[in-house]
Structure formats: structure tokens, C-alpha cells
Design a protein around this ligand. Structure first.
Ligand SMILES: NC(=O)c1ccc[n+]([C@@H]2O[C@H](COP(=O)([O-])OP(=O)(O)OC[C@H]3O[C@@H](n4cnc5c(N)ncnc54)[C@H](O)[C@@H]3O)[C@@H](O)[C@H]2O)c1
Length: 444
């Protein structure tokens, strides 16, 4: 097994910045005062993100695209209300984003459409000479993941993933603790997307996403891996000193979707007679080149409270967000004697939260207040724009987008073949060995 590079040494030595610059697939090389944006898909999510962009300094919203004319008009009004000229609208069908990408007054194309459009829009934007940022997941197939990587490398354009979970206070607290060496060498992490969105899929709530149902009917595996994978990848330096190498996946049989349909729409409704392929609970085990492992959960079908499970185990201790407890050897069990008599007892996390709160949250919490998902939606957009304006590499680049998104198609094959082990491609083609780890301060 390879010896892990000490990432803290790399950061301390200042190699981080140099290596990140040299090995990033594409940084917007020139600093820019203004980022001229074209936004595709202004439904529930896109409208929220677009409104965050409108509040950021140095953003001009020049064009909007949505196949739904009412959504488009609503978004145009938000732009005008924010004091900018009415952006040109594109709504001539599902490939009208091509015309938007062809404009010569855009630097960045942001995309919050349903999943199947993410790669086509990102690729069209890069080929037209624009940086791009896409909602999660970036791609649906292994081929699409490679297409994103190859297009970004060939065009020199940024392809970022808008993975907001990377910016949770908790994600960055744990990252800061890891960098400080509190947990020792991190060897295992566990997280999941455990969120009952039956009503969203069946579109019985105002913020419904009817297009998601089709995926639940046709596909079985981990359909939404990037929310939990993003934070864990940052903690364990995936693509930045280590890389994902293989996975195995297993799904329970489906049950709850049909029961929901029968209860809410009656036994004769077509949705009650539909066979849902997506297993209710999906669990995936992944391993890395350095011999670290992850457990990744996915469950969007069953009645439950949303669980924000984040667990990280290192050689010196464990941090469990759901329990809000930690155990750190020599600190949590300081009353033990040297012969290990005494008990291992959980410690409250309050002191760790005070001591290791990330710089981003300590210094910018006020700015993020009121934005979606407790502030992380502000940070994901603001970090993107700040990095592009400064001409610096983005926090989440095309290699991350591909490695985190490819989990879905690989789990589908694994599940369909009695949990067959699947190789995970090295989208960096070896560059993971030298790319700098994420700097937890995240300050431009
Ligand atoms: N990161 C997060 O926390 C988060 C939260 C919610 C949704 N999302 C992601 O955001 C994306 C959008 O989700 P949503 O909830 O806004 O869905 P939505 O259905 O509310 O919005 C999608 C919008 O895209 C438009 N659209 C569809 N096809 C299009 C096309 N070809 N060209 C242009 N516009 C098109 C639709 O008319 C609609 O306005 C999804 O990928 C979803 O996974 C992410």
C-alpha cells in the first residue's frame, strides 16, 4: 500500500497553492472584475441560486433559459427587481440552452435543470468558451463523466459542481479538526442522503420535482451520492493525495413508494400499479488507493426524519455528527489510568465546535444568513464567483464532479450483479498524487 503523503506538511510548506495552480484542470486564468452569467433552469433550485448570485458583487445576469415560460418570466422579474437590465430569455424548447451558450457576452453558464441535462449543458457551455457550474449530480453515466473531464481539459474551461454540502459548518469543522490532527490519520468516513422525498417525487407539494419519479421507476442504486460524498472527499483528500478505487453496492427491495401511492392516490391509480425499481435503502462501500474506506447511504423512499449523518474515524478518535458526540484518545478518556482501566465515554462536542470552527464560518456567517440550507447555498455560489473573479482554481473542479457523480452508474451495475465490485476510474489520470488538499480556510 502507498504511504499517505502528509497533507498538513504540504499545506504548511505552501506547496498547496502552487500545486493547486499547476495541476488544476482549468482555472479562469485571468482575474475578472465582473462575471457575466447565463442561467439555465430557473425552477425551485435555480431561482434560489440565481437570487443569491444577484446579491454578490461583480455578477451580471445577462441571459436566462427555461422551457417553462412562467418560470422564465418570474426569474427575469427578479433580475430587474435587483436593479439589473432585463436579461434575454431563451425558452424555445429543451435544446435552447445552445443558443444561450453561443452568446458572446457570457463568462459563466450555471445550470439547475433536471439531471439528464446537466452534462449536455455543461459540455455545450465549455465548447462555446464559457466556464460552467452545474447542480448535482454532474453526470448520469461513466461516459458523461469522461466527456466532462475531456471537454474541460481540451477547452481549458472550468466545470464546477455546485455541491453545497461541502460548505456546511459541520463539514468544515471536521475538516479543520482533521487538519489540526485531532482525529489522527482519517481512515473511515460514513455519510448518507437519507431524506424522505416521496412527496417531491410524486409532486404533491408546491416544490415538487416530478422528473425525479422516472429515475425511481427505472433505476436502482445510489441515485444521489454527491451530497454525502463531497464532504467525505474533502476530509479524506480524494483527488488530492488519495483517490477512490472501487465500490460494492447493495439495495433492499422497494416497498414504500407503492404503499405511498396506494394510500394517497387509491389502488386503481397508475402510480399504484407502477413497479418502482429503486430499492428503498441503498448502501455502498468504497475504498481508496491509500486503503481508506467509506460507507455511503441513500434512501429517499421511506418515512423518516432527514438524517444528517456524518461520521469520521481516525487513528486517534471519532466524531459523530448525528449523535453530536466525539471520542478522542487522551482527551475524552483523560481520567483513564495508563493501564487502560476506566471507561471509554462519549464527549460532548461543544468544546471542539468552539476550538475548530472553520475560518469561513467564523468570518462570513453574517453574509450567509437567510440563504438556503442554513447558509451553505450562499457559500457555494459566493466561493465560485470569488474564485473566478480572482482567477483562482475553484474549490470543486471537474475531477471532483466526475469522481463523485460516477458513483451512481457504478452502483447501478454493482446492485444489478449481486454487489459486483466495480473499479472507479481515475479521472485525474495520476494527478491526484500531487494535487493539493483543500485548504479548510476557504478564503480568497
Ligand atoms: N444542491 C441542492 O441542495 C439541491 C436542492 C434541490 C435541487 N437540486 C438540484 O437542482 C436541479 C433542479 O432541481 P429543482 O428542484 O429546481 O427542479 P425543478 O423541476 O423545480 O426545476 C427545473 C427547472 O428546469 C427547467 N427545465 C427543464 N428542462 C430544461 C431544459 N432542457 N432547458 C432549460 N430549462 C429546463 C424546468 O422548466 C424547471 O423550471 C436538480 O438537478 C436537483 O437535483 C439541488
Amino acid at each position: 500500500m502507498n504511504q499517505p503523503i502528509d497533507r498538513r506538511d504540504l499545506l504548511k510548506a505552501g506547496l498547496g497553492v502552487a500545486a493547486a495552480g499547476a495541476l488544476a484542470p482549468a482555472a479562469s486564468a485571468q482575474p475578472k472584475e465582473t462575471i457575466r452569467v447565463g442561467f439555465v433552469g430557473v425552477g425551485g433550485r435555480g431561482t434560489n441560486l440565481m437570487r443569491i448570485l444577484l446579491k454578490l458583487p461583480g455578477v451580471k445576469m445577462n441571459a436566462l433559459c427555461d422551457i417553462n415560460e412562467a418560470n422564465l418570466a418570474r426569474a427575469q422579474k427578479f433580475v430587474v427587481d435587483a436593479g439589473q437590465p432585463k436579461p434575454e430569455g431563451y425558452s424555445r424548447g429543451e435544446t435552447d440552452f445552445l443558443r444561450l451558450c453561443g452568446r458572446d457576452d457570457l463568462d459563466l453558464v450555471v445550470n439547475a435543470t433536471p439531471w439528464q441535462y446537466h452534462t449536455p449543458i455543461a459540455v455545450a457551455a465549455m465548447k462555446a468558451g464559457k466556464d460552467t457550474a452545474t447542480e448535482v449530480p454532474a453526470a448520469l453515466t461513466v461516459e458523461e463523466c469522461w466527456e466532462l473531464v475531456e471537454t474541460s481539459e481540451k477547452t481549458g474551461k472550468v466545470c464546477s459542481l455546485l455541491e453545497n454540502d461541502c460548505y456546511y459548518r459541520e463539514t468544515l469543522l471536521i475538516l479543520t479538526m482533521i487538519r489540526a490532527g485531532v482525529l489522527g490519520e482519517p481512515l473511515y468516513a460514513e455519510a448518507g442522503y437519507l431524506h424522505d422525498i416521496r412527496a417531491v417525487k410524486f409532486n404533491t407539494v408546491p416544490n415538487g420535482e416530478p422528473w425525479r419519479l422516472d429515475h425511481t421507476i427505472r433505476r436502482n442504486g445510489n441515485l444521489y451520492p454527491t451530497h454525502p460524498m463531497g464532504p467525505m472527499a474533502w476530509w479524506l483528500d480524494i483527488n488530492r493525495g488519495d483517490r477512490l478505487t472501487s465500490l460494492v453496492s447493495m439495495s433492499s427491495r422497494p416497498g414504500a413508494m407503492k404503499e405511498f401511492a396506494i394510500k394517497n392516490f387509491g389502488p386503481d391509480d397508475y402510480r399504484s400499479k407502477t413497479d418502482y425499481k429503486l430499492g428503498d435503502t441503498s448502501v455502498t462501500l468504497l475504498r481508496t488507493e491509500m486503503g481508506r474506506t467509506f460507507t455511503l447511504w441513500h434512501n429517499t423512499n421511506t418515512p423518516r426524519v432527514k438524517e444528517h449523518l456524518l461520521r469520521i474515524q481516525g487513528t486517534k478518535g471519532v466524531f459523530n455528527s448525528l449523535m453530536d458526540k466525539a471520542f478522542v484518545e487522551g482527551r475524552s478518556n483523560r481520567n483513564n489510568d495508563e493501564n487502560w482501566r476506566g471507561r471509554h465515554e462519549w464527549e460532548e462536542t461543544a468544546e471542539y465546535r468552539k476550538q475548530y470552527d472553520s475560518k469561513l464560518w467564523r468570518t462570513r456567517e453574517e453574509e450567509a444568513k437567510g440563504s438556503g440550507h442554513g447558509g451553505i447555498d450562499f457559500f457555494v455560489m459566493s466561493r465560485l464567483i470569488q474564485n473566478l473573479r480572482a482567477g483562482k482554481p475553484v474549490d470543486i473542479d471537474v475531477y471532483d464532479a466526475a469522481a463523485w457523480s460516477v458513483i451512481t452508474p457504478l452502483t447501478e451495475v454493482s446492485v444489478a450483479n449481486r454487489s459486483k465490485p466495480m473499479e472507479i476510474p481515475d479521472f485525474t489520470r495520476g494527478k491526484w498524487k500531487l494535487r493539493a488538499p483543500i485548504d479548510p480556510d476557504l478564503i480568497v
